[in-house]
Design a protein around this ligand. Sequence first.
Ligand SMILES: Nc1ncnc2c1ncn2[C@@H]1O[C@H](COP(=O)(O)OP(=O)(O)OP(=O)(O)O)[C@@H](O)[C@H]1O
Ligand SMILES: [Mg+2]
Length: 274
Amino acid sequence: MSEYIIKIENVKFKYDKDSDYAVNGVSLNIKEGEFTAIIGHNGSGKSTLAKLINSLLLPTEGKVYVKGMDTSDDSKLWDIRQTAGMVFQNPDNQLVATIVEEDIAFGPENQGIEPSEIRRRVDTALNAVGMYEYRKRPPHLLSGGQKQRIAIAGILALNSDCIILDEPTAMLDPSGRKEVMETLKKLNSQGKTILLITHYMDEAVLADRVVVMDKGTIKLDGTPKEVFKNIDKIKGFGLDVPQVTELTQELIKEGLDLPSDIIDVKELVDILCQ
Ligand SMILES: Nc1ncnc2c1ncn2[C@@H]1O[C@H](COP(=O)(O)OP(=O)(O)OP(=O)(O)O)[C@@H](O)[C@H]1O
Ligand SMILES: [Mg+2]
């Protein structure tokens, strides 16, 4: 078994024979336990890449492996979807049952898991996302952030090793976004591999690794510090950098002697106070 939970090898994908490649030659390896953020302008191929990992789409060229399983191997489809579960942007489209705990039980039930084991998994998943108290509630009465935490719990109940999230906070208010990010950080600290597609740079800086996509290819890949110090490049891809990084570079231009890779407000404050 390779140490990479996801291996993407020279993958190209186009939706139609006559269209351009939506993913145009991507190679990317994700280690087990890594928290990776994927950022990129609209249409850069992020969602397509996520769907290729989850076997919702199959590569036109190249290979994708999830825990060593080839995503184009039909017989592995269920194992792949279970290993790398996906959370989407709209929380309302993902919840199927009328009671929270039934919603989380839905996946394991479909897998034919024994009721006592389902009970255990549902409770563990609810606790992991901090929603145990809400287990008897109807999902439609929850806030957006809570609904996304329930969607995440649904994946945890399948015993997934990896969670792929495609802009899970795009429809949430700031407190909902914070809830979801805190949940992801906690799950990652417990060993889950997280792949987060986001348009928010303040979310991307919380990852271990940031991958920048543009026109179907990977343009930058590194720690948040390594990636975000390339302010001009990142802006060239139609993206923002964290405000504090931008401010730091302005201060450097004004003659202050500061490191160019600051991504955290506290870090800048500490240095300025010295
Ligand atoms: N179902 C589809 N059929 C045809 N073309 C598609 C389809 N989905 C996406 N595309 C095209 O593929 C390219 C990549 O789209 P994709 O949705 O992967 O980008 P994205 O980075 O997720 O964008 P966004 O930030 O807007 O979500 C775009 O040119 C898009 O128009
Ligand atoms: Mg998308």
